[in-house]
Design a protein around this ligand. Sequence first.
Ligand code: TYD
Length: 137
Amino acid sequence: MSIKDCRIIELPKIMDPRGNLTFIEGGVQVPFDIQRVYYLYDVPGGAERGGHAHKNLSQLLIAMSGSFDVLLDDGINKANIHLNRSYNGLYICPMIWREINNFSSGSVCMVLASHKYDEDDYYRNYSNFLDQATLIK
Ligand code: TYD
């Protein structure tokens, strides 16, 4: 898995003078069944989230409000993605180290995930992640 497998997915947007609407169906707009939703909010200025990789989990990150940056790292290549549209999702495949920072005031990061929470699915130590990521390349 490499950062080339990660991408921005443009979600459907129903434009309406009363306010726009975006919808997401598991396995349709996102390439996995959605087993879990969580969101980051009330993030204080300067804080950083993420700082880990997942062994098997696929995720879609959406800036529901405001903006933030996502650093992606597959052990060889890195990319920095700025998310600021609630109709764009960043698909992150397994085995990608990610760091999320530069949260704007009042921003909300919603995450759709392919599996329920499992601490055993995490690499929380960067050098352990790097060892495994380079081994499977
Ligand atoms: P973590 O995934 O490290 O947060 P982030 O990547 O956003 O910085 O999770 C932080 C804590 O929350 C950790 O103790 C595990 C817990 N947690 C759950 O219990 N369930 C969940 O679905 C998630 C994502 C985290």
